[in-house]
Design a protein around this ligand. Structure first.
Ligand SMILES: Cc1cc2nc3c(=O)[nH]c(=O)nc-3n(C[C@H](O)[C@H](O)[C@H](O)COP(=O)(O)OP(=O)(O)OC[C@H]3O[C@@H](n4cnc5c(N)ncnc54)[C@H](O)[C@@H]3O)c2cc1C
Length: 494
């Protein structure tokens, strides 16, 4: 049975682990599972604590340090969520696969960085299937499709009348009226599923080592501050800060696998300066932290007249955040650069807040530029750890691409009968739940930080296996791809 405990309650001497993983989100957890399947004894170090069923993201987020943003103040969010399971306990379960175009996007976009992935979609496909089985993803591998919500049905009809194809979203949520299925208890966004109908690393047996030949120990309440190096360039220990006891502890490592998210993983590498890596681990070419990419995205809210076709929009919304989408504008000649993304239903987190309106989300992968980056500030936080600063701005292409998708979303809402449409302003400069690109993958150390299997160039026992290694963010929600790619990379560890 997986040992999950606060690090202060742990009495082990930390020398029994074949690998230590930084971060217990979906990337770190699937890496832990993959190694334990192969007989390894693994520790997962996690800064945040355990979250309770029904817990909300926002108050929970406020407990963890902010990042400085381009304009100066500490108003940026450098976490998806800081807790056992990372962002996954709070996520919406939207589980798209990427397309080949996401991995070879230079046919549509160009920046000052390498933007193609060093692998193809074929390399990911077997791992996608395995993750879909583990998470019980609706509509995949024999699992039932998730039924459209009442608003989803209205949207689907409106799209069809506009000759836009609508589809059922693959969700890592068990449908209602199935074994342990969704009970439609809320509007299912930004909260931990109270019934485990929605997948997370604990709600499915991702972190459960009981049937596996190896073991997994999750030690939380522990911030990994630095990777310590030997003179020969091998990582030998992790310096960790334990806020509960105000102590710095040292955990020896045979191998370290960083899965802390594309902001935190880059920051850890930059904090880990040594004689062997004077600019930080993997940073000889000054690339660590550069190419920070989120999704470009936005929301349109259509306000409905009670008397018109939108009258179904006057009931509160219960159930998943989103059930229907269109990918008609993913690769499309009318989109600027011919590369767009997805438009999907996106209900507000509180059931009653949806009364009288229908809300759509549009999202696409943004261009990675070297000036968009994570750096360490000179200012330190209450624990003496340098603040993370992210410097970030969208390109004109990205603004044009997202505006195109916003216009198409507005067409759908207008067709549905919206008398007023409001667009919610985007706040990308302050962070996002979708983080990619700060430790790019490739063969050449001059243009990449890690190889195609996540090993940092020039270091034998340091790997990165989260969204940091994605050269293009992709135009779909990323967690399925993070997990499939992390499993692929973990399989290569000797
Ligand atoms: C509200 C919300 C809804 C979302 N919905 C979806 C969705 O429907 N579909 C989808 O695909 N994606 C969704 N996402 C995004 C998804 O949560 C992330 O893609 C996913 O969690 C990333 O996984 P990860 O393991 O790479 O990183 P994370 O989940 O961020 O995990 C990293 C972990 O590392 C820990 N950590 C970081 N630094 C350190 C350190 N120095 N020492 C110790 N521990 C550290 C963090 O506390 C965290 O727990 C959503 C995100 C949010 C916030």
């Amino acid at each position: 049975m997986t040992d999950i405990r606060h690090i202060a309650a742990d009495s082990c001497n930390y020398t029994n682990f074949d690998a230590v993983i930084v971060g217990s989100g979906p990337s770190g957890s699937i890496v832990a599972r993959t190694l334990a399947e192969r007989g390894c004894h693994v520790a997962v170090l996690e800064y945040g604590g355990l979250v309770s069923p029904g817990a909300m993201l926002e108050p929970h987020q406020a407990a963890y340090s902010k990042a400085l943003t381009s304009n100066g103040p500490a108003d940026g969010n450098p976490w998806t969520a800081c807790c056992v399971g990372g962002g996954m306990p709070f996520y919406n379960g939207i589980t798209f696969r990427y397309r080949q175009a996401d991995l070879s996007v230079s046919q549509y976009l160009a920046t000052d960085m390498e933007i193609n992935w060093p692998i193809t979609l074929q390399d990911l496909e077997p791992y996608y299937s395995e993750i879909e089985h583990l998470l019980e993803v609706s509509g995949a591998n024999g699992f039932l499709s998730y039924p459209a919500s009442p608003r989803g049905l209205m949207l689907s009809n409106a799209m069809q009348e506009l000759s836009i194809r609508s589809k059922s979203i693959p969700l890592a949520i068990r449908p209602p009226r199935t074994n342990k299925g969704c009970t439609n208890c809320s509007a299912c966004d930004d909260l931990v599923c109270p019934t485990d109908a929605r997948a997370s690393v604990l709600a499915r047996n991702i972190l459960d080592d009981s049937p596996l030949p190896g073991t997994i120990s999750v030690l939380y309440g522990c911030f990994v501050n630095r990777i310590e190096m030997r003179d020969d360039g091998r990582a030998e220990a992790l310096e960790c800060y334990v806020p509960l006891s105000s102590e710095l502890i040292r955990i020896p490592v045979e191998r370290v696998i960083v899965c802390a998210n594309a902001i935190q993983s880059a920051a850890l590498m930059l904090r880990s300066k040594s004689g062997h890596a004077p600019k930080g681990i993997g940073n000889e070419s000054g690339l660590v932290g550069r190419g920070l990419s989120f999704k470009i995205k936005g929301y349109s809210v259509g306000y409905m007249e009670p008397a018109d076709r939108g009258s179904g929009a006057f009931a509160p919304h219960w159930g998943p955040h989103a059930t229907v989408y269109t990918d008609d504008f993913y690769e499309h000649n009318d989109v600027p650069c011919r590369f767009g993304g997805l438009i999907y239903e996106a209900n507000f987190p509180s059931p009653d807040k949806n009364v009288g309106l229908v809300r759509l989300h549009y999202t696409a992968g943004e261009e990675p530029w070297s000036h968009n980056r994570v750096v360490l500030d000179e200012a330190v936080d209450q624990y003496g750890i340098p603040y993370i600063r992210f410097e970030y701005r969208n390109s004109e292409n990205d603004r044009a691409r997202i505006n195109f998708l916003a216009d198409r979303a507005d067409d759908i809402l207008r067709h549905l009968g919206a008398f007023r449409i409001e667009r919610e302003p985007s706040s990308h400069g302050k962070g996002s739940g979708h983080l990619h690109g700060t430790m790019r993958a490739g063969c050449d150390p001059r243009t990449s930080v890690v190889d195609s299997c996540g090993r940092v160039h020039g270091f034998t026992n340091i790997h990165v296996m989260d969204g940091s290694v994605m050269n293009f963010a992709g135009s779909s929600n990323p967690t399925h791809t993070f997990m499939a790619n992390a499993r692929r990379m973990a399989m290569s560890v000797k």
